[in-house]
Ligand binder design. Structure first.
Ligand code: FE2
Ligand code: FE2
Length: 138
């Protein structure tokens, strides 16, 4: 088995979502490295905000279209993350570079916990929904 095929520790087994989670992690690493080296945060922060926003909105669309029963609970977690990201971004844009480290630490844990529980539950439901739908269609 090649390393690219090995299941990741927090895989939700929906490749699109796994790729997006990886991209968000890479955005955070890059932002952290750049700021630690004295670089400019603004553009990388915008990339992170865009990737995070479109990821969360995409999951919410998938949940709605499959009538996911725990949608409200999951969306509540997303809204809390959106608010935290907005507050961190305001501090970073105001020039508080220490907020980058704090934000990356916060979202690394948030992503791990949220992906490990909420996203996995959602993805299991979506996979089953997709299979049931495929069976009806055939
Ligand atoms: Fe996610
Ligand atoms: Fe999620």
């Amino acid at each position: 088995m090649t390393s690219s095929k090995r299941a990741k520790p927090h895989s939700v087994y929906i490749p699109k979502l796994d790729d997006e989670h990886d991209k968000i992690s890479r955005d955070m690493d890059e932002l952290n490295r750049t700021v630690a080296a004295g670089g400019e945060a603004h553009e990388l922060l915008q990339d992170l905000i865009e990737d995070m926003s479109s990821h969360l909105a995409g999951e919410e669309r998938m949940m709605r279209s499959a009538a996911y029963p725990s949608y409200a609970w999951h969306k509540h977690q997303h809204d809390a993350a959106r608010n935290r990201l907005k507050r961190f971004a305001e501090r970073i844009d105001a020039g508080e570079s220490a907020a980058v480290c704090e934000m990356v630490d916060f979202f690394r844990l948030w992503l791990r916990d949220h992906t490990g529980l909420h996203d996995r539950m959602m993805a299991a439901y979506l996979r089953n929904f997709g299979r049931a739908h495929d069976q009806k269609a055939s």
